[in-house]
Write a new protein. Structure first.
Ligand code: ATP
Ligand code: MG
Length: 282
């Protein structure tokens, strides 16, 4: 538990998680915000990145003014990862630091297409934001959580290559079979192109209702990815209420039985991704 994590056991570098599925509306943003909230609730320091030009996570974290802010914005920082001061793109939130999306991100795919090493820009930006250089704030992050847009291409590539750990939300319905197959084919090609290993760390069956079809899909998920922990997130209006309040379900008064599910996801990710990174400093 957090209380037992001694200060000298800080992690060497943050574990990065990319919340992704090119299918729209499956719960990427909901899972990203609430996983970040769960990690914070465990005492972890989280940097959240909203890579989606729609800016839903930016809105759901109460930062709509950042979405309409004047340049320099996240897009400028992706073009010039070491050149934009962190205070221009990193916003305070009670649970986490947030790299906000911006309306400019609608041009990200075409802008990045003209750049060399376009898929590596977020990796460079995170390396810069994770270091203390030039920051007068505590930037000793334990986790980086990236929310992706609902399509494959230059922007999502940046999330996948930078994080190399996937959290995959999917609805418990038959259309998810094809979307997961397409995602894994795509990720496989990206691994070859960039000589990286991208690992699914969590599969999140989302918006589950009590139907036979949902039960069958949960079994299919277990068979399809036997090595990857499967989490069951039920349909709850409390997620929408927390979104409207600008936070995760962990920061609102209302009790929610899905806190346990996200807490368990956070605990397992902590164990899987950070145990090898703990190091004793002098
Ligand atoms: N478990 C859930 N229970 C109830 N509502 C949910 C749940 N998960 C997501 N929703 C709702 O479904 C809608 C879509 O969710 P969300 O925005 O998280 O999906 P997304 O995959 O990020 O969408 P996009 O592909 O557009 O980025 C939102 O209105 C959200 O509040
Ligand atoms: Mg989203």
């Amino acid at each position: 538990m957090w209380a037992e994590l001694k200060s000298h056991e800080r992690m060497a570098e943050p574990a990065r998680l990319c919340v992704t599925n090119q299918k729209g509306g499956v719960g990427k943003t909901t899972v990203a915000i609430n996983l970040a909230g769960a990690l914070n609730d465990r005492g972890r320091d989280v940097l959240f990145v909203d890579l989606d030009p729609q800016g839903n996570a930016t809105e759901g974290l109460g930062l709509l003014e950042a979405y309409d802010a004047e340049p320099p914005t996240l897009l400028d920082a992706l073009v010039d990862p070491e050149g934009v001061p962190r205070e221009e793109i990193v916003y305070d939130h009670e649970e986490m630091d947030v790299v906000a999306s911006n309306v400019d991100m609608n041009a990200a795919a075409s802008t990045l297409a003209a750049e060399d090493d376009a898929e590596l820009r977020l990796d460079r930006l995170l390396t810069s934001l994770e270091s203390d250089a030039g920051a007068d704030v505590d930037v000793d992050y334990d986790f980086v959580v990236v929310d992706c847009p609902p399509h494959l291409g230059a922007v999502t590539d940046n999330g996948l290559v930078a994080a190399q750990n996937l959290v995959i939300p999917a609805l418990a319905e038959p259309t998810s079979k094809r979307s997961l197959e397409l995602l894994f084919d795509y990720v496989g090609a990206l691994e070859m192109d960039h000589d990286v290993e991208i690992e699914p760390q969590a599969l999140v069956a989302n918006r589950i209702e009590n139907t036979n079809a949902a039960d069958e899909m949960l079994e299919w998920f277990e068979d399809a990815l036997p090595e990857t922990p499967l989490y069951r997130v039920r349909k709850r209006v409390a997620f929408q209420r927390a979104f409207s309040a600008g936070s995760s379900i962990f920061a609102v008064e209302e009790e929610n039985d899905m806190r346990e599910v996200f807490a368990s996801m956070a605990e397992t990710l902590d164990e899987r991704l950070t145990s090898t990174r703990l190091e004793v400093s002098a």
